[in-house]
Design a binder for this molecule. Structure first.
Ligand code: DX5
Ligand code: ZN
Length: 220
């Protein structure tokens, strides 16, 4: 089995103050974030709207950390180039976002950025078995996507299953978990095999002076 990789924390800017996003990104960068998790929602694939590539482009100068862009968008293929140009380092699409996942992932890879695939809570891990050679990240959703601040759905068996699928590839694929992550649920998902934790509410609570402490609490 490949050596375990250290746990990385990806604060979701969905929970940031949208009126000062640049400042918020600088604050979580300084507080020790590993990735900056950017939730793009289209009001169609998920029942909520956030922002698009122009906002990501404006945020790019505020941090050198990995921009981890989670596209909750369908259809998605026509937007990939825009997010690459805006400065995304990882582009994650949903398994459920269209009938041609393999082609979508090929398209992301053709831009020389990392490709991720995300699974809604009800989508079985086996549905991505035949694209594992194309992905750099698998994102297991532990809430139904669309909103921050929801309760964690304990899909620990699915996380463990994806961990096995990743280990079988012998490639360094991130196993990211997103939704309802707190210091308590973090412990459980890490034990199940996760190595990147997305957290919105748990990082941004209590204001900027608490971000470093909040991030640290998720790691330990
Ligand atoms: C949910 C988003 C998450 C969300 C997590 O649709 O993909 O990234 O911001 O928020 P919390 O950590 O509050 O569950
Ligand atoms: Zn997300």
């Amino acid at each position: 089995m490949p050596a375990a990789r250290s746990v990385r924390i990806a604060p979701s800017i969905l929970s940031a103050d949208f009126a000062k996003l640049g400042e918020e990104v600088r604050a979580i960068d300084k507080a020790g974030a590993d990735y900056i998790h950017i939730d793009v929602m289209d009001g169609h694939f998920v029942p909520n709207l956030t922002f698009g590539a122009p906002v990501v482009k404006c945020l790019r100068p505020h941090s050198k950390k990995i921009f981890d862009v989670h596209l909750m968008v369908a259809p998605v293929d026509h937007l990939i180039a825009d997010f690459v140009k805006a400065g995304a380092d990882i582009i994650t699409v949903h398994q459920e976002s269209g009938p041609h996942l393999h082609r979508t992932l090929q398209s992301i890879k053709s831009h020389k950025v990392k490709a991720g695939v995300s699974l809604n809570p009800s989508t079985p891990a086996a549905t991505i078995a035949h694209v594992m050679d194309l992905v750099d990240l698998v994102l297991v959703m532990t809430v139904n996507p669309g909103f921050g601040g929801q309760s964690f759905i304990p899909l620990l068996d699915k996380i463990a299953q994806v961990r096995e699928m990743i280990n079988a590839t012998k490639r360094p694929i991130d196993l990211e978990v997103d939704g309802g992550i707190t210091p308590k649920t973090a412990k459980d998902v890490i034990a199940a095999g996760a190595d990147v934790l997305v957290a919105g509410t748990a990082v941004f609570k209590d204001g900027p002076e608490h971000y470093a402490k909040n991030i640290k609490a998720l790691r330990s």
